[in-house]
Design a protein around this ligand. Sequence first.
Ligand SMILES: [Zn+2]
Length: 55
Amino acid sequence: MEFEFVCGCCGAECVAFAERGGFWNNRFYLDTFWCWNCGEENTTPPGPWTPAYED
Ligand SMILES: [Zn+2]
């Protein structure tokens, strides 16, 4: 599932894919994402995250 994150360096909105996992398969795992705009590697913030789209 993809989530929206805001780059802490330049403020651009980034979309990153997080793996689903955990006992109930309802947790998402993503440690870092790369900003498409400035190339900075960001640590994902604490949840809840914003889904990139509804499905
Ligand atoms: Zn950036």
